[in-house]
Design a protein around this ligand. Structure first.
Ligand SMILES: NC(=O)c1ccc[n+]([C@@H]2O[C@H](COP(=O)([O-])OP(=O)(O)OC[C@H]3O[C@@H](n4cnc5c(N)ncnc54)[C@H](O)[C@@H]3O)[C@@H](O)[C@H]2O)c1
Length: 389
């Protein structure tokens, strides 16, 4: 007789863009993966009762709360999933850890390094399982790139260059939403987009040693407004407010293994909707990847026969590619939503086994340290060394 799996009862905070991505992933997770535990969509939190009730019904949550503190007090909740703006992460995560709940938190981990360290220390002290939602690590093509690099197929890594480009705030009438207010988000394009590139570089290349950066805010005043789902927003006021975060950021870096990095992120790159891409060059080969062609990895290997060398396109949809085998036959591609199913799979298995899979709060702290060092460098116009905290 098969034994009933342990139920893991999830309480999720925030139900818009990431709330939708996470809800969908919890629903699909047991469909594609044979998990050691059974995730249960127990409760969702939003501040507006009408909105959160409708979200609970639509997305499949069994109940709802209008205050995250109520969720943490509930003894029928095992996991807190944080998908609310960045200024809420630290308070929620520390309270959740102290209540013994496992945590998955959206990125960036917090507003600053000091908060991130407090979150990590609280999570480790409580002995709970924790992860940060850097979902791009879980694209099969990127997992396969990691395998190639770890096996030494690219040789010594010399270069990483990343670009993360969007264009959704270029209209000067796009309102001053939470993503453009330092007190709510910590930094702009930097913490939103560059945090992902920093995570991919740490995952694939190594630890940062020093950085030299520049940041720019092109539109300095905007009408007040609110996010309305996805990356859409509505103007809510005739008043204008000051934009106090970056619209674009670029930096150079050195890594502990001697590699050089060049990083660029912008929300002012016309025509780029979610242009997240990178190239890595090693002594024996190179890889290229682009989110808008996310199933494919471009690979160049020096070991290929002379005369037929060149970048080849690998469709990372075969059984050999991590996570791909859970979905469809080779060549039947997957999309953005599957990155969340994959990361939640890692999280649920971590809970089953009592360990915090990477990327966890330690990765969140290291990421935040790099983010903050780039800001310090941009302000001081000096190279800044990366401390280990
Ligand atoms: N992993 C990714 O690729 C990715 C993509 C987008 C956003 N994010 C991150 O996810 C988080 C949320 O971003 P989003 O795009 O979903 O934002 P959003 O504006 O679409 O949704 C935020 C949600 O949080 C709710 N909320 C705000 N304050 C709250 C509070 N005090 N208590 C309870 N709920 C509250 C809002 O009502 C809304 O439902 C941010 O940290 C962001 O950086 C990650």
């Amino acid at each position: 007789m098969s034994q009933a799996k342990k139920k893991v009862r999830v309480g999720m905070i925030g139900y818009k863009f990431m709330g939708k991505a996470h809800s969908h992933a919890y629903r699909d997770l047991p469909f594609y993966f044979d998990l050691d535990v059974e995730p249960v969509m127990q409760a969702v939190v939003g501040r507006n009762e009408e909105g959160v009730k409708a979200a609970a019904d639509k997305m499949g949550w069994a109940s709802y709360e209008t205050d995250w503190r109520k969720l943490i007090e509930r003894d029928d909740i095992d996991v807190i999933d944080i998908g609310s703006p960045n200024n809420t992460h630290a308070e929620i995560a520390i309270a959740a850890a102290e209540a013994g709940k496992h945590i998955i938190c959206e990125k960036p981990l917090s507003l600053n390094v000091e908060e991130a360290v407090r979150m990590r220390d609280a999570a480790n002290k409580a002995g709970i399982v924790h992860m940060i939602c850097h979902n791009y690590r879980f694209v099969p093509a990127i997992q396969y790139a990691k395998k190639l690099i770890s096996e030494g197929r690219l040789g010594q890594i010399y270069h990483v260059r990343t670009r993360y480009l969007q264009d959704w705030i270029m209209d000067p009438q796009f309102p001053l939403v939470w993503r453009l207010r330092k007190d709510v988000c910590g930094s702009g394009t930097h913490g939103d987009l560059m945090a992902h590139s920093i995570d991919l570089a740490r995952f694939l290349v190594g630890e940062f040693v020093e950085v030299s950066g520049m940041m720019e805010t092109f539109i300095k005043k905007r009408p007040l407004g609110e996010m309305s789902g996805g990356l859409n927003a509505e103007i809510s006021d005739t008043e204008y407010g000051e934009v106090d975060v970056d619209d674009a950021v670029a930096f150079m870096a050195r890594f502990d293994n001697g590699a050089m990095g060049v990083f660029e992120a912008s929300r002012f790159a016309k025509g780029n909707r979610n242009g997240n891409n990178f190239e890595i060059n090693g002594s024996k080969g190179s890889i290229r990847w682009d989110m808008q062609d996310m199933n494919n990895l471009q690979l160049y290997l020096e070991e290929d026969e002379a005369g037929s060398q060149g970048f080849r396109t690998i469709s990372c949809t075969e059984q050999e590619h991590p996570y791909a085998g859970a979905y469809w036959p080779a060549g039947h591609i997957i999309g953005y939503e599957h990155t969340f199913i994959n990361i939640l799979h890692a999280f649920m298995q971590g809970i089953a086994e009592g360990r915090s899979p990477a990327p966890n709060f330690d990765d969140g702290v290291r990421n935040q340290i790099v983010l903050e060092a780039v800001e310090q460098s941009a302000n001081s116009r000096q190279w800044v060394k990366i401390p280990i905290l």
